[in-house]
Design a protein around this ligand. Structure first.
Ligand SMILES: Cc1cc2nc3c(=O)[nH]c(=O)nc-3n(C[C@H](O)[C@H](O)[C@H](O)COP(=O)(O)O)c2cc1C
Length: 222
């Protein structure tokens, strides 16, 4: 069939499937958002490999509507921190509802964002609503869904590579496009500091929902 290639499928025995599924679950279950980083540098090759992994995500009509900007330059990180803190201060003091602040309380977060300076690398993810092909504008589809899935792949790849990260969404995020000089079709989606945890770092003691709460087998009607 023209335009098609054989799919490289590797059939696993059921025991092997269970083993691998369990191992991957156990790996993912150890992932936590970390908000305090050491200054240990992340090898460039690791950053490139985790971003290649993010780029393997499925996307609406295979548009791959994402752009990842890696920032390691201290001056640029600091500019981002100041702009993020300005928005976050406004959010924490005026924009967030009491319910939202109550929900954030167990996480111990506030408008201070030291981690933006401290992390050796920031990955800023941009979502592309459309792209230009010469004079023509080509629309992308299911952009948020696609970029969200790519960020999921990215988070798993970061954790798998022995690194930690935070999914940070300072709101509104327009300042990221401005500081990083991105074109107007790119909208900042998430800011992810990536690196190694500070020695002895603590994380909030929060619980994940049990399987019974997040899934059910649909009963067959007889
Ligand atoms: C879309 C999204 C936005 C988030 N935004 C922030 C944020 O701006 N600041 C922050 O400290 N954590 C943020 N988080 C991290 C969550 O607080 C964290 O994932 C949640 O508390 C669960 O903790 P865990 O990641 O350690 O499992 C965000 C997470 C997601 C998925």
């Amino acid at each position: 069939m023209q335009g098609f290639i054989p799919y490289d499928f590797n059939l696993l025995l059921p025991d092997e499937q269970v083993r691998r599924a369990r191992e991957f679950y156990e790996l993912c279950n150890r992932r936590r958002s970390v908000r305090e980083f050491s200054d240990k540098v992340v090898p460039k090759e690791v950053i490139e490999l985790i971003l290649k992994t993010a780029g393997t995500a499925p996307s609406g009509a295979n548009k791959q509507p994402w752009q990842f900007v890696v920032v390691t330059e201290p001056n640029v990180k600091h500019q981002i921190r100041l702009a993020a803190e300005k928005e976050e201060k406004e959010s924490y003091e005026h924009r967030m509802s009491d319910e939202w602040l109550e929900d954030l309380e167990p996480l111990g977060t506030d408008w201070h964002k030291e981690f933006i300076d401290a992390a050796p690398a920031l990955i800023v993810v941009f979502a592309l609503s459309y792209e230009r092909e010469g004079e023509k504008v080509r629309k992308n589809y299911y952009v948020k869904e696609s970029v969200g899935i790519a960020v999921g792949f990215l988070l798993a790849a970061i954790h798998n590579a022995g690194l930690v990260s935070l999914t940070h969404t300072p709101s509104p995020m327009e300042f990221l496009g401005k500081i990083l000089g991105r074109p107007e079709n790119e909208k900042a989606f998430v800011l992810m500091p990536v690196g190694y945890p500070k020695d002895g770092v603590m994380v909030p003691d929060i619980k994940r929902k049990e399987l019974g709460e997040i899934m059910r087998w649909k009963k067959v009607e007889s």
